[in-house]
Design a protein around this ligand. Structure first.
Ligand SMILES: [Zn+2]
Length: 141
């Protein structure tokens, strides 16, 4: 007898099944059928655990799409400054008042030099974005 198909007892006791999307094609896939891989990605921030920053979990509907996704992230440069900028943005999300750089560094778990480079990276990206798409010039907000 061949073992083809799904287990006879079904996906869940209560009859519900969880679904997620393939990161490549967007297809809705039952979670139990998804394939996953973790890749380095300097733009990835974990919502609660800073030790997991810089790693992205990819989900795919099948081997080919997972391989395509992994290849995309292998070709994407890992830029430490991008990760530091993300940590700073997360740390400052609830702050309304200006914060000294030394405190920014402490809140985001970075050295002052890392925080400085992260802020510079973020500002350079913001300038490039304004130059390309328009918007208030620096100091005009
Ligand atoms: Zn897919």
């Amino acid at each position: 007898m061949e073992d083809i198909g799904h287990p006879a007892d079904g996906p869940a006791d209560d009859g519900t099944e969880e679904f997620d999307l393939c990161d490549h094609c967007g297809q809705v896939v039952p979670v139990r059928e998804l394939l996953c891989a973790m890749v380095p990605d300097s733009s990835a921030l974990h919502p609660s655990d800073p030790d997991l920053d810089g790693s992205r979990v990819l989900t795919a509907c099948g081997v080919e799409h997972l391989a395509e996704l992994v290849g995309q992230y292998r070709r994407r440069p890992f830029v430490p400054e991008e990760q530091w900028a993300g940590k700073i943005c997360r740390a400052l999300a609830g702050q309304d008042d200006p914060v000294p750089l030394s405190l920014v560094a402490r809140l985001s778990g970075l050295s002052v030099e890392q925080a400085t480079r992260g802020v510079e990276w973020h500002n350079a990206r913001a300038r490039a974005w304004r130059a390309r798409y328009g918007g208030p010039a620096e100091g005009e907000q």
